[in-house]
Design a protein around this ligand. Structure first.
Ligand SMILES: Cc1ncc(C[n+]2csc(CCOP(=O)(O)OP(=O)(O)O)c2C)c(N)n1
Length: 579
């Protein structure tokens, strides 16, 4: 068999096996060395291929798509810095547990480390931020090697989703000529049914360990169920049922998927971040024990409460593995499927009784905090916090919010109240970067989903390149940019007390007219400076890319937040007797 035929069949079998294992989407960045992978993926009718010029944005686009579709997405790029540009999204995918199949093309071994162009050391280049790395064998088309390349594809697809999900990296050396020949017969080969399938089961807590846990919490009166960022939409039903049966409050992170949806929310506490901001209330509302699901919540005061009270009995449920507990509190990790764990404890809870007063106390504080936070809504000039209240109210019945890091995710935490709407909330909280957000949201919207991205002006600037796919593919995405001329979050930090350096090092105003950028990418743009204008814009349905810029001021924003937190503390102290 000649070189081109071997190359074509080898890569053909590989792509076919990805498709057979449920990889329907591949994001391709142009390059020469990656030609066999790019052309073969584009040729396969089972694969949607997306072309994205900038590898950094391309990889975040794939990340957002994988999160939204809850399926692995593949990426292809050429060698050299192209592959290095995937790094930030791979790190994010690793920590936020998102399945990506990274395919990088490389020079063959005789052209490595000898000054050949665009050749860097790509072996293990993503270090331990991928779950698995393989240097792929050079293309050959013996029966044995075609079975090898299929098994490699099947294993990659299994590995991304096995246990904690995450990225895998396959590095493909290719010799020239690189163009496959699709006139050959049966390029995709014939797949044996059940080829390299994997059978796995749910992880349960056995009855002995469940009893042990019950003994540990039985002696306590005041418990909290906490749910941090997680993407399983079936977990909220189970967590809230458990809370109902145990009569415990559920502190629900905005990314827990618990605040919105049809499940019961009587026990859900959304305003715990604002409540626990007060050191006095943190002291008074400290629990005896906590059972947590999902990652560590966004809320800093919650974390402080744990740090300040290391005697709290703390249980963290992880579906597979992990050690997500940064406060050094003595924690027992429970490795079991979260839903199965909730069900088991719900069914076996008749001998667990907790303090009803404690639940009432949290519910009442939550009610007071919410009312206080919403006071004067719409009556003052535009405030960053209340933009989130307006958004939550005016969102359609179904859709996704992609929220940026820095203040937006914190404001969402404060102002996203419970809602019966079906709203997914996604964010890049693996490592909290302000990069790649437009691309992530575009990936989440690429298959026609209703998505609103809300982020700060620096975060928007960081990924302007990502907007190109909106134009290329006509992806509908609404972006709300909170433009406070720089990094608003820094105004809350001690650095803000150092005016000599603050603006240059932290504030970093951009003074950019985003309208021009948005029009360059064929989007519509509106600059909003009043509540009525914002409401009109939020109710407008637009095709393609639409950007709403909300103008605010950093200094006013910090003072406004501080006055709200103070007001919450005072209102709870005044209204709740015996506090
Ligand atoms: C890639 C990356 N670079 C730098 C940071 C540090 N950082 C955290 S918040 C922030 C400012 C973000 O400003 P903006 O997006 O406008 O949001 P705002 O603070 O105004 O809410 C920066 C630079 C980061 N998290 N990620």
């Amino acid at each position: 068999m000649n070189h081109t035929e071997s190359l074509t069949r080898y890569v053909g079998h590989f792509i076919d096996e990805l498709v057979a294992n449920g990889v329907d989407d591949i994001v391709i960045s142009p390059g020469s060395r990656s030609t066999p992978l790019a052309m073969t993926a584009a040729e396969h009718t089972g694969m949607n291929h997306w072309i994205h010029l900038d590898e950094r944005s391309a990889s975040f686009f794939a990340l957002g798509m994988a999160k939204q579709q809850k399926k692995p997405v593949a990426l292809v790029c050429t060698s050299g810095t192209a592959a290095a540009n995937y790094y930030p999204a791979i790190v994010e995918a690793y920590y936020s547990r998102v399945p990506l199949v990274i395919l990088t093309a490389d020079r063959p071994h005789e052209l490595r480390d000898v000054g050949a162009p665009q050749a860097i050391d790509q072996i293990h280049m993503y270090s331990h931020f991928v779950k698995w790395f393989q240097e792929v064998a050079l293309p050959e088309s013996s029966d044995h090697m075609l079975r090898y390349i299929r098994s490699l594809a099947a294993r990659a697809c299994h590995t991304v989703s096995d246990g904690n999900q995450g990225p895998v990296h396959l590095n493909f050396p290719f010799r020239e000529p690189l163009v496959p020949d699709f006139t050959l017969e049966n390029v995709w080969g014939t797949r044996t049914n059940g080829f390299h399938t994997h059978i796995t089961g749910e992880r349960h807590l056995d009855s002995q360990n469940l009893d042990l846990l019950k003994q540990k919490i039985q002696s306590h009166k005041k418990g909290l169920i906490v749910c941090g960022p997680q993407w399983d939409e079936d977990l909220p039903e189970q967590v809230t049922q458990l809370a109902k049966v145990l009569q415990l409050p559920v502190l629900a992170d905005p990314l827990s998927q618990i605040r919105a949806g049809e499940h019961e929310k009587d026990h859900v506490i959304e305003s715990y971040d604002a409540i626990l901001k007060s050191p006095k209330l943190r002291e008074k509302m400290k629990p005896d024990f906590i059972i947590r699901f999902g990652a560590m919540p966004v809320s800093k005061p919650y974390m402080l409460m744990l740090k300040e009270n290391q005697d709290i009995s703390h249980f963290v449920v992880e579906d597979f593995e992990g050690h997500r507990e940064p406060t050094t509190s003595s924690t027992e990790f429970i490795y079991a499927d979260g839903k199965a764990f909730c069900k088991a404890l719900t069914q076996d809870s008749s001998d667990l009784f907790f303090d009803k007063e404690w639940l009432n106390f949290w519910q009442e504080s939550n009610r007071i905090a919410k009312a206080t936070l919403l006071e004067d809504r719409g009556k003052e000039p535009l405030t960053e916090g209340h933009v989130f209240s307006e958004l939550m109210e005016l969102l359609p019945e179904q859709g996704t919010i992609y929220v940026g890091n820095s203040m937006p995710v914190r404001d969402l935490d404060t102002f996203m109240l419970t809602s019966p709407k079906s709203i997914r909330v996604l964010a890049n909280r693996g490592v909290n970067g302000i990069d790649g957000l437009a691309s992530s949201a575009l990936g989440a919207a690429a298959h026609g989903e209703e998505v609103t991205l809300i982020l700060g002006d620096l975060s928007f600037f960081h990924d302007l390149n990502g907007l190109l796919v909106a134009k290329q593919y006509g992806i509908r995405l609404r972006i709300i940019v909170i433009n406070n001329q720089g990094g608003g979050i820094f105004s809350f930090l001690p650095q803000a007390q150092h005016p000599d350096h603050f603006e240059a090092l932290f504030g970093t105003p951009l003074d950019i007219d985003f309208e021009k950028v948005v029009s360059m990418y064929g989007g519509t743009f509106s600059r909003v400076e009043s509540w009525s204008h914002l409401r009109d814009e939020l109710l407008e349905t637009r095709e393609g890319l639409s950007v709403i810029e909300v103008i605010t001021r950093r200094d006013e924003n910090a003072n406004w937040h501080r006055s709200k937190w103070k007001a919450v503390e005072e209102a709870i102290e005044q209204e709740i007797e015996g506090l």
